[in-house]
Design a protein around this ligand. Structure first.
Ligand code: NAG
Ligand code: NAG
Ligand code: NAG
Ligand code: NAG
Ligand code: NAG
Ligand code: NAG
Ligand code: NAG
Ligand code: NAG
Ligand code: NAG
Ligand code: NAG
Ligand code: NAG
Ligand code: NAG
Length: 827
C-alpha cells in the first residue's frame, strides 16, 4: 500500500484576495431568503431602509407585502403601526436598535412568513405566534438566554430559525422545549462567541432537525462540543455547518470530532472561517474517512503547516463513503506551496472535487490521473492559465478517465482553439465552463463530439462566436459575451441545442424566423429586446423555460400577445423582472399590470367587431332607405341609366324609320280606368301619339292582326301589367311572339308598366317569354306617391321620345332632383 503513496506538491500561489462583487440593490433583495415566498408585485415592495426613521411610517399601503425598515432608529414595534398591513408577508427590521416588539404587532399581520429582526437590542426573545411563519431570524440581539417563549409552539410551519446573542453564554436543557413539536429544517445557533455551558440533551429536544449551522467557538475543553454532536445524532441531523469553531488564538489539541465516526446520519459537513493546522487536519480527516460523511467542505480557511513534513495521510483499511470534497477559499499562512503526502487510494472513489479560491496556478500532474472516479472538477476562481492547466510536463494519456464536468471559470484562460484541441484528451468530458476568463476567438476550434455543454459567459467574444462552436452542443451559455444580434443562420448550426443562455447582451430583436426544434430553455434577459413575439415562440415548439426579464419592454400592441396570451408558467422571472420601458407614460409599470384591450390589438377581432357594426349601420341605412322608398328611387335611377345607354345606340336607327305611333298601349279592360284617366291624358297631353288597345283597333280585323299592325307601326309597345292582364291578355302576346320572332328580338321596344307588384316567380310557367322579359327588362312600377309619379312620367316619356333623347333625360334628371330634397326631408 505504501508504495502507492505519492508525494504531491500542490503548487499554489500567494494568498488570494477575494473581491466580493456587490450586485445592485434590488438583486440583493430578491436573493434574500423567503423573498420569493412573499413578493408577487413590485408595488407590494417597500424598501425604507437607511431613512433615519424613528417610527414605522403610518401611511403604508395596505397592499404592502414586503417591508424593509432596516438601518433606522426604531426602538419598538407596536400593533398600531401595522394595522391595515394584512398582506404583509416579509418584514425586515434589522440594525434599528430595536428593544421591544409588542405581540399585538402579529395580530395585524397574519400573513407574515418571513420575520428578520436580527442585529438589534432585543433583551428577551419576543412572543411570536404566527401560523404562517416560515423564516424567523432573531440572531445578533442582546437576550441573555436561549429560552424560547411558550408561544413558539404555535409556529407550526417554521422552517428556518436563527438565534444568537452575545449575551447568551449558555444553553440550558429546557431552552428549546416549545419547539419540540415543530419540524424545523434549519437551525442557526450562536453569536460567534464561546459558550460557558451546554446542557447535554438541549438540542435533542428538537424532534427533527435537518441542518444546523453553529456559530459558536470551543477550545481546549471539547466536552461541550462532543455532547452537542451526540444530541445532533439524536435529531438525525444530516448536515452540519460549523462557523468559527475554534477561536483564532486557540491551539487545537485532542480529537473533538471523534464522534463523527459513530454518527450514521451525517452526510454533509462544512467547516468555515477557521484556522486549520496540518496536524489537526490529519486527525480530523481520519474521523471523516471513518464516518458516513459523503460531502466535506472547507470554506474560508487559513491553512498552516505546523508539521515538519507537511500534511501526511496514510491509507486506512476502511471503506470510504466520502465522494465530494470542496475547498472554497483557502488562505495560506505560509508563503510557500503546501506539502501533501497522501495516498490517492483514499480519494479513489471521489466523484466531486472543488478547489476554488486557492490561488492555484498550475494543476499538479499527479492529480490528472489519480482521481479515477472523478466526475466533476471545479477549479474556478484560481489563477490558471492555458499552460497552467495543461502543463507541458504532464502526461495526459489517461486524463480524468471519468470526468464529465469541468469548470475553469474565473481563471486566466485565453485561447479557445487551444482549449478545444485539448478537450479531446478528456474522453468523457461533457460540460466545460470557461466563463469569466479572457477567452479570444483566435482560430478554428475542433471540439470533441462528446462535449455537449459549453459556457463562455462573461468573455468578450461578439457575434462571431457561433462559428467557433460545435454542432454537437446541446447547452450553450453565452451570457454577457458582447453579442448584439443573433440570426437564424447562427442557430441553425446547432440541431441538438436544448439550452441557450444569452442573458446580459445587447440583442435588440429575436428574429421571427428563428427555429430551434429541440430548444427547451432560453434565457434572453437583460438585453435590449422590446417585445417577445408570437412568431419567435412558434419556432420553439418544445420550450419549457424562458427568462426574458429586465428588457426595455414596449407597452403597446407589440407586447399584447406576450402579456395576455403567453403562458406565464414558462417564465422563470415573471412578473417581477418585467416592466414597461416605453411609452414614457407607462415607464416603470409592471408588465403584469399593463392592461391593453384585446380589441385595440387583435386584427381578427377588429374585423369581427367591425363587421357586425357595419352590418348594423348598413341595416340602419337600409331601413331608412326602405322607409323613404329608396328602393323605388334606385330602380328609377337604374332605368334612367339604361335608357341613356340605349338611347345613344338607337338614335341613328330611329332617324331612318318612321312610325305612326310613339307607342302601342296594351292593357286589360280592368285597368282601363287608369289608362283612360292617367296614362292616355298624360302622354297625349305631352304630344305623344298612342295606339290604344281596342280604342284604335280596326274593327273586324282579327285581334292578332290588329295587334301586329299596332305593334309594327309603333315605336314602343307599352304593356300595362297587372295580375289580371297576365291572366286574360298575355296569352295573345305569347302567341304573337311565337309567330314573330323577328320582332320579338327587338326587346328594347317593349316597355312594361307594373300597376301592382307581380313577383316574376308567381307568373304561370307557361309564360316563358314574359318571365324572361321581366327578368331582363327594366320595368316601371306605378307609384302611389304623387312626387314619385312625376319621376315615373318623366321616365316613361323619355322612353317614348324618339328624336332628342338627351332632352328627355334632362327632364328625368330634373324630376328626380326635384324630389330628392323631399326625400331627405322625410329622413
Ligand atoms: C436577516 O438580515 C441580516 C442582515 O441583513 C442578514 O444578514 C440575514 O441573512 C437575514 N436573515 C435571513 C434569514 O435572511
Ligand atoms: C440621516 O442622517 C444623517 C446625519 O444625521 C445624514 O447624513 C443622512 O443624509 C440622513 N439620511 C437620510 C436618508 O436622510
Ligand atoms: C386597501 O385599501 C383600499 C382603500 O384605501 C380598499 O379599497 C381596499 O379594499 C383595501 N384592500 C384590502 C385588502 O384591505
Ligand atoms: C407535543 O405534542 C405532544 C403530543 O402530540 C404533546 O403531548 C406535547 O404537549 C406537545 N408539546 C408542545 C410543546 O406543544
Ligand atoms: C448515534 O446513534 C446511533 C443509533 O442511532 C448509535 O448507534 C450511535 O452510537 C450514536 N452515536 C453517537 C456519537 O452518539
Ligand atoms: C483568546 O482571546 C480571548 C480574547 O480575545 C481571550 O479571552 C481568551 O482567553 C484567549 N484564549 C487563549 C487560549 O489565549
Ligand atoms: C496552529 O499551530 C500554531 C503553531 O504552529 C499555533 O500557534 C496555533 O494556535 C494553531 N492553531 C490551531 C487552530 O490549532
Ligand atoms: C449535502 O451534500 C450533497 C452532495 O454534495 C448535496 O447535494 C446536498 O445539497 C448537501 N446538503 C446540504 C443540506 O447541504
Ligand atoms: C474568513 O475567516 C476569518 C477567520 O478565519 C474571518 O476573520 C473572515 O472574516 C472570514 N472571511 C469571510 C469572507 O467570511
Ligand atoms: C483490512 O481489514 C480486514 C478486516 O476488517 C482484513 O481482513 C484485511 O486484511 C485488512 N487489510 C489490510 C491491508 O490491512
Ligand atoms: C470504492 O467503492 C467501492 C464500491 O463502491 C468499494 O468497494 C471500495 O472499497 C471503495 N474504495 C474506497 C477506498 O473506499
Ligand atoms: C510519504 O509517506 C510515506 C508513508 O506513507 C513515506 O514512506 C514517505 O517517506 C513520505 N514522503 C515524504 C516526502 O514525506
Amino acid at each position: 500500500m505504501s508504495s502507492q503513496s505519492t508525494h504531491v506538491a500542490f503548487l499554489i500561489g500567494t494568498i488570494t484576495i477575494v473581491s466580493l462583487m456587490r450586485p445592485d440593490c434590488t438583486a440583493v433583495k430578491e436573493d434574500e431568503k423567503g423573498f420569493k415566498l412573499c413578493v408577487t408585485s413590485r408595488r407590494g415592495m417597500k424598501d425604507l431602509s437607511h431613512q433615519n426613521l424613528t417610527n414605522v411610517p403610518s401611511n403604508l399601503p395596505n397592499e404592502t407585502q414586503y417591508l424593509d425598515i432596516s438601518h433606522n432608529s426604531i426602538r419598538r414595534l407596536n400593533g398600531a403601526q401595522f394595522s391595515g398591513l394584512s398582506q404583509l408577508c416579509f418584514l425586515k427590521v434589522t440594525h434599528c436598535g430595536l428593544q421591544e416588539i409588542s405581540p399585538s404587532v402579529f395580530s395585524h399581520t397574519p400573513a407574515l412568513k418571513v420575520l428578520n429582526v436580527s442585529y438589534n437590542d432585543l433583551a428577551i426573545i419576543p412572543d411570536i405566534s404566527l401560523k404562517q411563519l416560515k423564516i424567523l431570524d432573531l440572531a445578533n440581539n442582546l437576550y441573555n438566554s436561549y429560552r424560547i417563549p411558550a408561544s413558539f409552539q404555535n409556529l407550526m410551519n417554521l422552517d428556518v430559525l436563527s438565534l444568537g446573542s452575545t449575551a447568551a453564554l449558555s444553553v440550558n436543557y429546557n431552552d428549546f422545549d416549545p419547539l419540540s413539536n415543530v419540524s424545523l429544517n434549519h437551525l442557526l445557533l450562536g453569536a460567534g462567541i464561546r459558550w460557558q455551558k451546554y446542557d447535554s440533551g438541549a438540542l435533542a429536544k428538537f424532534k427533527s432537525l435537518q441542518k444546523i449551522s453553529l456559530f459558536a467557538s470551543f477550545c481546549r475543553d471539547f466536552g461541550m462540543f462532543e455532547s452537542l454532536l451526540v444530541d445532533l445524532n439524536v435529531t438525525r441531523t444530516t448536515s452540519l455547518r460549523f462557523i468559527s469553531l475554534f477561536p483564532d488564538n486557540c491551539t487545537v489539541t485532542g480529537n473533538p470530532f471523534k464522534n463523527l465516526r459513530t454518527m450514521p446520519f451525517i452526510q454533509n459537513l462544512t467547516i468555515e472561517n477557521v484556522w486549520i493546522n496540518s496536524s489537526f487536519m490529519e486527525v480530523f480527516l481520519k474521523n471523516v474517512w471513518l464516518s458516513s460523511l459523503y460531502d466535506l467542505s472547507f470554506v474560508n480557511i487559513t491553512y498552516n503547516e505546523d508539521t515538519p513534513d507537511g500534511f501526511q495521510f496514510h491509507t486506512i483499511n476502511h471503506t470510504i463513503n466520502l465522494c465530494s470534497i470542496t475547498f472554497n477559499v483557502v488562505n495560506h499562512y505560509q508563503y510557500r506551496y503546501p506539502t501533501i503526502n497522501m495516498s490517492f487510494e483514499a480519494v479513489s472513489n471521489l466523484t466531486y472535487l472543488k478547489f476554488s479560491g486557492t490561488g492555484m496556478n498550475i494543476l499538479p500532474c499527479k492529480a490528472i490521473s489519480a482521481l479515477p472516479s472523478l466526475e466533476t472538477l471545479d477549479l474556478s476562481d484560481n489563477l490558471l492559465l492555458d499552460s497552467g492547466f495543461w502543463w507541458f510536463q504532464c502526461s495526459y494519456a489517461s486524463a480524468f478517465p471519468e470526468l464529465k464536468k469541468l469548470s475553469l471559470s474565473k481563471n486566466r484562460f485565453r485561447s479557445l482553439s487551444f482549449i478545444s484541441e485539448k478537450t479531446h484528451q478528456m474522453k468523457t468530458l461533457e460540460s466545460l465552463d470557461l466563463s469569466f476568463n479572457s477567452i479570444n476567438l483566435d482560430g478554428d476550434c475542433s471540439w470533441p463530439a462528446h462535449l455537449t455543454e459549453l459556457s463562455l459567459g462573461n468573455n468578450n467574444l461578439g457575434n462571431r462566436v457561433f462559428q467557433y462552436l460545435s454542432s454537437n452542443f446541446e447547452r450553450i451559455d453565452l451570457s454577457k459575451t458582447g453579442i448584439t444580434a443573433i440570426t437564424q443562420a447562427d442557430l441553425s448550426q446547432f440541431p441538438k441545442l436544448t439550452h441557450l443562455q444569452l442573458s446580459s447582451n445587447s440583442i435588440q430583436v429575436i428574429p421571427g424566423d428563428i427555429t430551434a426544434p429541440a430548444l427547451i430553455s432560453l434565457y434572453i434577459d437583460q438585453n435590449a429586446i422590446t417585445s417577445v413575439s408570437r412568431d419567435v415562440l412558434a419556432g420553439l415548439p418544445r420550450l419549457q423555460t424562458l427568462k426574458a426579464g429586465n428588457n426595455p419592454f414596449v407597452c403597446s400592441c407589440d407586447s399584447y400577445w406576450f402579456v395576455t396570451v403567453f403562458n406565464k408558467s414558462l417564465l422563470l422571472d415573471w412578473p417581477l423582472d418585467y416592466t414597461c420601458s416605453t411609452p414614457p407614460s407607462l415607464a416603470g409599470l409592471s408588465l403584469s399590470e399593463y392592461k391593453t384591450s384585446e380589441l385595440s390589438c387583435e386584427t381578427w377581432l377588429q374585423v369581427a367587431v367591425a363587421l357586425p357594426v357595419m352590418i348594423v349601420i348598413s341595416a340602419a341605412i337600409g331601413l331608412v332607405f326602405y322607409k323613404c322608398d329608396g328602393v323605388w328611387y334606385a330602380k328609377m335611377l337604374w332605368v334612367w341609366i339604361r335608357v341613356k345607354r340605349r338611347g345613344k345606340k338607337r338614335s341613328n336607327m330611329l332617324k331612318n324609320e318612321s312610325f305612326s305611333y310613339h307607342a302601342f298601349v296594351s292593357y286589360s279592360h280592368q285597368d282601363s280606368d287608369w289608362v283612360d284617366s292617367q296614362l292616355v291624358p298624360s302622354l297625349e297631353g305631352s304630344g305623344f301619339s298612342l295606339c290604344v288597345h281596342e280604342r284604335d283597333f280596326v274593327p273586324g280585323d282579327w285581334i292578332i292582326d290588329n295587334i301586329i299592325n299596332c305593334v309594327e307601326s309603333s315605336y314602343k309597345t307599352l304593356f300595362v301589367l297587372s295580375k289580371h292582364f297576365v291572366q286574360s291578355e298575355w296569352c295573345k302576346y305569347e302567341l304573337f311572339f311565337a309567330q314573330h320572332r323577328a320582332i320579338s328580338v327587338q326587346q328594347d321596344s317593349l316597355v312594361f308598366i307594373l300597376l301592382e307588384h307581380i313577383p316574376v316567380d308567381s307568373l304561370p310557367k307557361k309564360f316563358l317569354r314574359l318571365r324572361s322579359l321581366l327578368r331582363q327588362q327594366t320595368y316601371l312600377e306605378w307609384p302611389e306617391d304623387e312626387r314619385k309619379q312625376r319621376v315615373f312620367w318623366a321616365s316613361l316619356k323619355s322612353m317614348l321620345h324618339m328624336a332628342d333623347t338627351s332632352m328627355v333625360l334632362k327632364d328625368v334628371a330634373l324630376a328626380i332632383s326635384d324630389t330628392l330634397p323631399l326625400v331627405t326631408d322625410q329622413v
